[in-house]
Design a protein. Sequence first.
Length: 287
Amino acid sequence: MNKKVDIVDTQIHIGPGGINETLAAMDALGIQSVVIDEYWLKDFFAYDPHHNLENGEVRPICPTAELASQMYPDRFSWMLRVNRKDPDYENIIKMVKKSPNGKAIRIIPGMNPQDVQAFANGEYNHLLKSVTDNQLPLFLYLPDQPDLIAECAKKYPELQIVIDHCGLYNNAMRQGLSNGEVFTPKQQLEMFDNVLKLSIYPNVNLKWAHYSTMFEIPAFPGEKLKPILRSAIEYFGASRIIWASDFSVNQSGENWGELLYSLKSNMDLSEEEMATILGGNARKLLN
């Protein structure tokens, strides 16, 4: 493959600081642009950074991501997490829409069983409607819940949904949840098949991320991941798959380059498929 690929990494975490170091790494790897989900990793289950609200809830903010996008608008953009209990959620979503480098909203009900149940009960519907009305894509972290994602896709057909992290938990996360069970590799692939069936909804897109952790297969050289990605392409088409490294919380230990080259070295992909998954779709979906 001789053509230079326009690469967009659709999820990394940085902050506070780290802008120049991240830019240098991007230049070294040939990554043109990244989408920042600012997350400080101080507490895995916390919204950091944030403002404290009068109702006892928190409001996620992204100061490092906004600064990076102001300094290097062609290289950095950002998505924002929105707390469903924030009374000013609608204005926050409108603010993202009006920001030149604000590209998407992210919600993460899959972080605990209570929020999964809240999603099932319709307690995120006000957010989903507002994101739809503002014509922003929604990055949705709701692993192992393809039925709930299907209901969302049907209820909001104009909402572009991006399924985070192959739509799966890994076994470590399953065990950390209440009554979490452990899946065999075969069961994990069966669950992924259920995720792939969501391709019948034209507003659903798949984020190819955390694949090495979810399938317990090293990302690089990633020979055994190739048929799994091919299955995803057969269902969604390359035109509805985007790539993300999420390298800063990659539980399998691969570095940014190894996660990237698991795709760049995949000779089973055509030049068009590779360009589409590594950047073309992100340019289109995130404007």
